[in-house]
Write a protein that binds this ligand. Structure first.
Ligand code: 13P
Length: 319
């Protein structure tokens, strides 16, 4: 069942977090829907502009529709991740998406507000929700080149931003970054900052954490053992921290890198162990199973596993 993103976030608020998984191919779309069923967890299927360029926006949208028909017991929403204005408008016009993220966080504050406001008006008129971003969630290199603390979301600005833009959820910067190299040494998420942000925002306003892959050490070691070249010190977010984040208003986290690592690991091991086998369905099937299993594991850590009955009850109560 496809369901509006905002309905899911409202149900999740304060009780659990929903995983948003970035997809770019059929294997990932199938695994995300199977993962939702196996975990009995709601999921958000996310597509970044790069994925839409790679697979074709129509193809991704059609795959999500097809997966929904194949797995009607799964619960999912379709979300545009990191859109600029043009991508957001395209997704809104498509009629296939339930929400868009307008990413204007690299712009000055007032410009971010203007751009976000424009997308909110267009999206709300079409019945879609809008995620916006304030603060800097970036790659590790950029974070370490400047004052990382200055890049965190400012709680007062967050309150002003939400009030003036009318956005429905806000991605905040509390120390995560995109990619496999998030932390040097110990990870440090700024929960104190998260609590301050939550206290300044309207009640039950959903927050989002980007850069939430955990970069499993076992995957990194197996990739390198199969001939890959990843920095063995690659570190991600400790999944144990998710349980600290939902009482502080985080209702959605984004996971992209962990799926890339799985793809990398499965294919490297496959070609190392079966050099005679050139049938792409073999590593493809192993990848789908592994990604489905990752979604089951993450859903337990996010507290959203086993929530589908409750989601359906709330959905019909609201209808
Ligand atoms: P990761 O790189 O941690 O998977 O983050 C993905 C993300 O935030 C996509 O928007």
């Amino acid at each position: 069942m496809l369901m509006p993103t905002l309905d899911l976030l409202k149900i999740a608020y304060g009780r659990f977090i929903i995983g948003a998984y970035n997809v770019q191919n059929m294997e990932q779309v199938l695994a995300v829907f199977r993962g939702s069923l196996a975990a009995q967890a709601p999921v958000i299927v996310a597509t970044v502009p790069f994925a839409r360029d790679y697979a074709g926006a129509q193809m991704l949208q059609a795959m999500v529709r097809a997966a929904d028909e194949m797995y009607p017991g799964a619960v999912a929403a379709l979300h545009l991740d990191h859109g600029d204005e043009a991508h957001c408008l395209d997704a809104i016009r498509s009629g296939a998406y339930h929400s868009v993220m307008i990413d204007a966080s690299h712009m000055p504050f007032e410009e971010n507000i203007r751009v976000t406001r424009r997308i909110v008006e267009r999206a709300h008129a079409a019945g879609l929700a809008v995620e916006a971003e304030l603060g800097v969630v970036t790659g590790q290199e950029a974070r370490h080149s400047g004052d990382a603390h200055a890049a965190l979301t400012d709680p007062d600005q967050a309150a002003e931003f939400v009030a003036r833009t009318g956005c429905d959820s806000l991605a905040v910067a509390i120390g995560t970054s995109h990619g496999a190299y998030k932390f040097q040494g110990e990870q440090r998420l700024h929960f104190d900052r998260l609590a301050e942000i939550q206290s300044r925002l309207p009640q039950n306003f959903p927050l989002v954490l980007h850069g939430a892959s955990s970069v499993p050490a076992d995957d990194v070691a197996r990739i390198n053992a199969a001939g890959g070249r990843l920095n063995p010190n690659a570190r991600g977010v400790d999944p144990a921290d998710f349980a600290r984040a939902w009482p502080l208003g985080v209702a959605k986290i984004n996971i992209h890198t962990d799926a890339h690592l799985l793809w990398y690991r499965v294919h490297r091991e496959h070609f190392r162990d079966h050099p005679e086998n050139f049938d792409f369905r073999h590593p493809g099937s192993i990848f789908m199973q592994a990604f489905e299993q990752l979604i089951v594991t993450r859903s337990k850590q996010l507290g959203c596993a086993g929530q589908l009955d409750e989601v359906r009850v709330q959905r019909y109560a609201a209808a």
